[in-house]
Design a protein around this ligand. Structure first.
Ligand SMILES: CC(C)(COP(=O)(O)OP(=O)(O)OC[C@H]1O[C@@H](n2cnc3c(N)ncnc32)[C@H](O)[C@@H]1OP(=O)(O)O)[C@@H](O)C(=O)NCCC(=O)NCCS
Length: 175
């Protein structure tokens, strides 16, 4: 049984385990999916293993990470998403999500965003969240606006690349 941290209507956000690697490899080896993530390169087994290890440690130490997204109907891994200290360093806490291409356009990212935001404010008692997107990632920008984030504009303060910075505090939550 997986350790469920938070659930949305159709997804469980679960603590990552090393055996997620195989499924994630099938999702993150696609250039279109990865075009707005980091330097845009696809992830191989070594990179995914390293990220799962770091994710497990982050959840253990901070109670947050990019959790593995399980589609309850199929039991399959459809992506990763959740909360992390930005740049894995903080102090701000970042919302992030990514889905395999077969799962785009179903409203899953919006579910993950809402569930993670609720977890961050209600369970982790955070004051504010940040999210960054490539300016060209219009679908992700839409997800953030729908979730209640406010666009602050373009900046290079995070990750050393130009992104649209979004912020949200608890009072901006959409009921
Ligand atoms: C971006 C991503 C997370 C969106 O996931 P999703 O589950 O398809 O998103 P949702 O279905 O919840 O919502 C997408 C919204 O964007 C809209 N949208 C989709 N493509 C769009 C486009 N090209 N321009 C404008 N809006 C767009 C959709 O209509 C929807 O809005 P609506 O509900 O008001 O109709 C998904 O495509 C993905 O994982 N991409 C690869 C990784 C990535 O870029 N992650 C985000 C990094 S910041």
């Amino acid at each position: 049984m997986r350790e469920v941290v938070v659930s949305s209507a159709r997804l469980d956000l679960v603590v990552p385990v090393m055996s997620d690697c195989e499924a994630l490899l099938g999702l993150w080896n696609d250039p279109e999916t990865m075009q707005y993530i980091g330097d845009g390169s696809v992830w191989d087994r070594e990179k995914i293993t390293e990220r799962i290890e770091r994710g497990i440690g982050m959840h253990r130490d901070r109670g947050m990470t990019f959790w593995t997204l399980i589609e309850r109907d199929s039991g399959g891994v459809v992506g990763q998403g959740g909360l992390v200290p930005i740049e894995f360093n903080g102090p701000e806490i970042e919302l992030g999500y990514r889905l395999g291409k077969a799962h785009w356009g179903k409203g899953y990212a919006s579910e993950v965003a809402r569930a993670s935001v609720a977890y961050g404010f209600d369970t982790l008692a955070l004051d504010e969240l940040v999210a960054v997107t490539d300016p060209a990632n219009l679908a992700s920008r839409r997800v953030l606006i729908k979730t209640g984030f406010v666009e602050e504009g373009e900046s290079e303060i995070y990750y050393g690349v130009r992104t649209i910075v979004h912020r949200m505090n608890a009072s901006q939550r959409i009921p």
